[in-house]
Ligand binder design. Structure first.
Ligand SMILES: Cc1cc2nc3c(=O)[nH]c(=O)nc-3n(C[C@H](O)[C@H](O)[C@H](O)COP(=O)(O)O)c2cc1C
Length: 292
């Protein structure tokens, strides 16, 4: 992160110390109750913008946030609790898509939602790849199916099936309980159906440098923001998990998508116009919660 320049205008500052209390990195210090806070550790700033967003007096200027990048909150536009709840209750994984393209503007709006997800230390680490080419979809599905076939062969081998639970890397172990699912995917694919991507209009791939701490978690959070925006736009999507696992294991797949060698794929959403409308939403199991 570049060293930032933060200034507090003493004529505007009302000494409420909200910047001191909300900065996650202790960049500010208020020496006593009535003092104007000082910028004591600008080198620690992660440019999250909390200080400029929260100062009621508009007293803080920050080199990362020039005029135009600071916008007023419009509370009228924030959905109600019921609206948020119903958005979440009615989101479903959509796997049956219309043969209709999704516009570039819609995909940009989905990515725009993704970039507002939180990221550890505000690294904003997630990068995006948009695939709309049907030939590339076919290649992705082929390589993924090849990869899954290899796993199924391994799991069906009686000797390997006994040693794998002990020796295999965690990712392979995860698939041990999925033999039935994998066999179903392979059977359906042989029948001509693309069970990996389900013929979407677009595949949005979330990738990031493996050197950035928690970049996998950041990408997952970005992905769900994207999914909710897709839903709000009247689109549908599902988490392309089979593709994800194959992309993480198969360099061939990452090369096909020009994923940089220092990056890993951390998520993927297949997106399109839903073919069907859901008329009901379904209860989930009650949460398992411990309160301490
Ligand atoms: C990590 C992850 C991987 C997934 N992978 C796939 C996948 O490869 N194919 C698919 O059709 N659905 C996939 N899904 C969607 C789940 O099957 C789905 O979320 C779950 O059945 C609940 O249904 P809902 O999303 O409609 O609420 C995945 C979901 C997650 C969170």
């Amino acid at each position: 992160m570049n060293v930032v320049e933060i200034t507090i205008d003493p004529d505007k500052c009302n000494r409420d110390a909200i910047c001191v209390l909300t900065c996650p990195e202790a960049v500010f210090l208020q020496s006593d109750e009535f003092a104007i806070p000082e910028v004591v550790q600008p080198a620690l700033c992660v440019a999250c913008g909390h200080c400029v967003a929260i100062c009621p007096a508009g007293a803080i200027t920050h080199s990362q946030f020039p005029p135009g990048s600071i916008k007023p909150v419009d509370r009228q536009e924030i959905p109600s609790v019921r609206q948020v709840e119903h958005l979440l209750q009615t989101r479903r994984s959509i796997r049956a898509f219309r043969d209709r393209p999704v516009s570039r503007e819609q995909i940009e709006q989905i990515i725009d939602a993704a970039r507002f997800a939180p990221t550890a230390d505000n690294t904003q680490s997630t990068q995006y790849l948009v695939v709309q080419d049907k030939d590339i979809f076919r290649r992705i599905s082929q390589i993924t199916v090849d990869y899954l076939s290899g796993i199924v062969r391994m799991l069906r081998n009686p000797i390997l099936a006994r040693v794998l639970p002990v020796l295999a890397p965690a990712r392979i172990k995860d698939t041990l309980g999925m033999l039935g699912d994998l066999e179903m995917v392979l059977r359906s694919t042989r029948g001509g159906k693309d069970w990996i991507l389900h013929d979407p209009a677009a595949l949005l791939v979330f990738h990031a440098s493996t050197r950035i701490s928690l970049s996998d978690v950041n990408a997952s959070l970005a992905l769900h923001n994207a999914a909710l925006m897709a839903q709000s736009l009247g689109l549908g999507c599902f988490y392309a998990g089979y593709f994800l696992v194959a992309a993480q294991e198969r360099k061939e797949l990452r090369d096909l998508l020009s994923i940089p060698p220092t990056h890993q794929v951390y998520g993927a959403l297949a997106i399109g116009y839903p073919l069907f409308t859901y008329h009901n939403w379904i209860e989930r199991r009650p949460p398992r919660v411990i309160w301490l």
